[in-house]
Ligand binder design. Structure first.
Ligand code: ATP
Ligand code: MG
Length: 256
């Protein structure tokens, strides 16, 4: 039933669990939490073959709040997908908390993604067959949290984003702005170590955007590492560093 989302919120607990939590795993204690070295990504084939990323070097330290900008098609979503273990580089290496991502098994990747990475998709990626509350509950269902606590946390997240009245509706019954807020609630409900947010306020009015900015700032204050794609200037108050992409390459921000 979950289709593509089944892959994103993939199943199964690996034999050897890896973690991105500080101190939970010795592999990456000294280095950056995220390290991309010479990462290139080719998408499509034949006439639609595109060099989405080219030789990207990027390090993100634990607890950083980084924003990524650049014109449409420059590779921002591709970059987040690789960081979020939803896609792999064509060339180069990606180390997550010192673990070489290509060496992780499918179930190890899925486990880290489900339990420690929150992803706000540009296209929301809500599951049409599930209600709003069930969509938000999805990440919690992989964390072994008792059902009463899950219910409380889902309701708290829905309240926070003024979505409580829509709890039993389905995504197709909601406006784009409401769907985006459900997607944000789903990404933050599990209090992830890493939050990857792709234009999380792109469909929101200023008041709704403010709630999302506050929420992400709180997560960051609690120690989460955040990588955000956005052109919204309000994020410049909270994002400590900005990286600019152009034609799949990191460039000086003044270049754009
Ligand atoms: N499945 C695909 N097959 C071929 N090319 C693709 C595919 N997906 C994306 N691309 C191309 O790869 C490049 C990078 O795409 P990406 O979605 O990462 O850009 P983006 O910076 O997120 O753009 P936007 O700001 O519009 O969201 C673009 O030229 C895009 O057209
Ligand atoms: Mg994009």
């Amino acid at each position: 039933m979950l289709g593509k989302l089944g892959r994103i919120f993939g199943m199964g607990r690996p034999d050897e669990v890896i973690t991105v939590k500080q101190g939970g795993d010795s592999a990456g204690d000294d280095g950056p939490l995220i390290r991309l070295s010479g990462v290139s990504k080719v998408l499509g084939a034949g006439d639609s073959r595109t060099q989405a990323l080219e030789n990207v070097d990027l390090e993100i330290t634990r607890g950083e709040f980084l924003s990524v900008n650049g014109p449409s098609g420059c590779g921002k979503t591709t970059l987040l997908s690789i960081m979020g273990l939803l896609d792999s580089p064509s060339e180069g290496t990606y180390q997550l908390n010192g673990h070489e991502a290509t060496k992780l098994s499918a179930s190890q990747r899925a486990h880290v993604r489900n339990s420690e990475i929150g992803f706000i998709f540009q296209s929301f990626n809500l599951i049409g067959d599930l209600s709003v509350a069930e969509n938000v509950d999805l990440p919690l269902s992989y964390l072994g949290i008792p059902s009463r606590e899950r219910r409380d946390r889902v309701m708290e997240a829905l309240d926070r984003f003024n979505l409580a009245e829509f709890a039993s509706r389905h995504p197709s019954e909601l406006s784009g702005g409401h769907q985006q807020r459900v997607a944000v609630a789903r990404a933050v409900v599990g209090r992830p170590e890493i939050l990857l947010a792709d234009e999380p306020t792109g469909n929101l009015n200023s008041e709704q955007a403010e709630v999302v900015i506050e929420m992400l700032s709180e997560l960051h204050a609690g120690g989460a590492t955040i990588c955000l794609v956005s052109h919204d200037p309000r994020w410049s108050e909270v994002a400590r560093r900005t990286v600019s992409l152009f034609d799949g390459t990191i460039v000086d921000p003044d270049f754009i």
